[in-house]
Design a protein around this ligand. Structure first.
Ligand SMILES: [Zn+2]
Length: 478
């Protein structure tokens, strides 16, 4: 069945073609002209008996009225304009509603053409998760070529640390504040940051707004402050593409890590641990006062470039899906057809997953994993966020295991993934028993990259951001 607007258009078209006014047509079929008018405007649905009488009065078969095509190009344009103005995209623009009747054909065509292009672009923006996955995969490939090491950012970090008078030991909040001051910024902790922003920088008044200093897990604050400064230090412009956005995010994370775990001290620490055959992520973490994940990631920057050790890093959720991954040691990461690894499940026999099964989760878990690509030594630590479990794994090829704590572990597992028979396929008897007798609904993966709402800064709500800046700038001058 056609929509009422098209039906009304066709009735009006055939009425005027028959040379009848509303009054005349109404008289012929015994209906009020006002009722016919409502039908022609698509606001009332005519009964079939009335339709039959109208068709008879116009001298056309009733099927002509019921056709789902607009009666003319002009009518099609008017219908489309009506549909557009009732839609959410048009409503979001805050523009007045216009009546098609008052417009020339060309004006209508121009408005509709512009609107179709607007709609096409909006749909393109919705396709961003795909773009994000491709961008992420490409970035990982480029970083693998560089052994995840960016000396130019290391140099900048070292210089800034030296200028701030930092010599050794874990970096304090105080030193981070001094670094900010030297860059012309004051660190201000506030309770009302925009929900979509991790930090906000007021360039005009030289302030970096951060969450309250007292929040649990506040050790992340130094990192957040450093990331905010990094945009300035590294000369970032507002990212034009998703790839730019990912590159900048990688660089600010890298900069924060290079300040919190300075290259010189970190390499010295790791070389000493290697000489003692006692490299452990947990020690490196504790020496620099950072999270286990930050320490493990920092090893991917430094172990290959300075200690000639290839390695892999994994952050895996309690469901077994990859949240972050890096390798330059030949470990075969699970990937989809596009080469993307985020959201793919790692083998049940890797330390990243066997570590979840342990009773004592306070210390690192060690395991040798035999794969078709060789044997790897892995060290995994599990953790919990407010919503889920995760594990952080650092692994190296067997030949390098002699430098690591935990190398004497008796834990050993075999893995032939991606061969389905390894751990993916359910046992034959269970399959037969349950086939057709159960149903399940999937949970969407929260870690899969979501599209960025458009705004001046990708992902940050413009209105919230500018209102926030306005409020705080006013308070600052009081
Ligand atoms: Zn497996």
């Amino acid at each position: 069945m056609q929509d009422l607007v098209t039906l009304g258009q066709r009735i009006r078209h055939f009425r005027t073609a028959a040379g009848l006014t509303l009054d005349e047509a109404g008289a012929r079929v015994g209906a009020a002209p006002s009722h016919l008018s409502l039908i022609e405007n698509g606001r009332r649905e005519p009964r079939l008996s009335l339709l039959t009488e109208l068709a008879h009065a116009f001298g056309v078969p009733v099927q002509q009225l019921l056709d789902d095509q607009p009666p003319s190009e002009r009518a099609a344009l008017e219908i489309e304009l009506g549909q557009i103005q009732r839609g959410a995209l048009y409503a979001s623009l805050g523009l007045p509603t216009i009546r098609a009747k008052s417009l020339s054909d060309d004006t209508l065509r121009a408005i509709l053409g512009l609107y179709r292009e607007l709609e096409r672009r909006a749909k393109q923006a919705i396709a961003t998760p795909e773009e994000a996955r491709r961008g992420n995969t490409e970035l990982r490939r480029r970083m693998r070529e560089r052994n995840n090491y960016l000396p130019e950012i290391e140099d900048v970090a070292e210089q800034l640390l030296a200028d701030a008078g930092h010599v050794s030991g874990a970096l304090t909040h105080r030193t981070v504040s001094i670094m900010a001051e030297r860059l012309g910024f004051e660190l201000v902790h506030v309770n009302d940051l925009p929900h979509s922003a991790r930090s906000v920088t007021d360039l005009e008044n030289g302030r970096i707004y951060l969450p309250p200093a007292s929040i649990p897990g506040g050790h992340g604050l130094r990192s957040m402050a450093l990331q905010a400064m990094a945009h300035r230090v590294l000369g970032h412009e507002v990212p034009a593409t998703y790839a730019d956005f990912l590159q900048q995010r990688l660089e600010i994370n890298y900069f924060a890590a290079a300040v919190l775990m300075p290259r010189k001290q970190s390499v010295e620490f790791l070389q000493k641990a290697k000489a003692e055959r006692n490299i452990a992520v947990e020690d490196f973490r504790d020496a620099f006062g950072v999270t286990h994940e930050a320490a493990a990631l920092r090893l991917t920057n430094l172990l290959t470039s300075h200690l000639d050790l290839e390695l892999h890093f994994l952050r895996v959720g309690g469901d077994g899906a990859v949240q972050k991954a890096y390798e330059n040691d030949g470990l075969r990461l699970p990937v989809d057809v596009t080469g993307s690894t985020e959201g793919q499940y790692v083998c049940r026999n890797w330390a990243a997953r066997t570590a979840f099964g342990r009773m004592n989760r306070t210390t690192e878990f060690y395991q040798y994993t035999d794969t078709p690509e060789g044997t790897f030594f892995e060290s995994a630590q599990t953790g919990t966020t407010t919503s889920e479990d995760f594990s952080i794994t650092v692994g190296v090829p067997f030949a390098h295991s002699k430098w690591f704590r935990g190398r004497d572990t008796a834990n050993r597992r075999g893995s032939t993934c991606p061969d389905e028979a390894c751990c993916k396929r359910p046992p034959q008897d269970l399959q037969e028993r349950w086939r057709g007798k159960a149903w399940s609904s999937a949970r969407l993966h929260a870690q899969i990259l979501s599209p960025l709402p458009s705004g001046t800064f990708p992902g940050v709500d413009d209105r919230e951001l500018y209102e926030f800046l306005e409020t705080h700038a006013a308070r600052a001058t009081d």
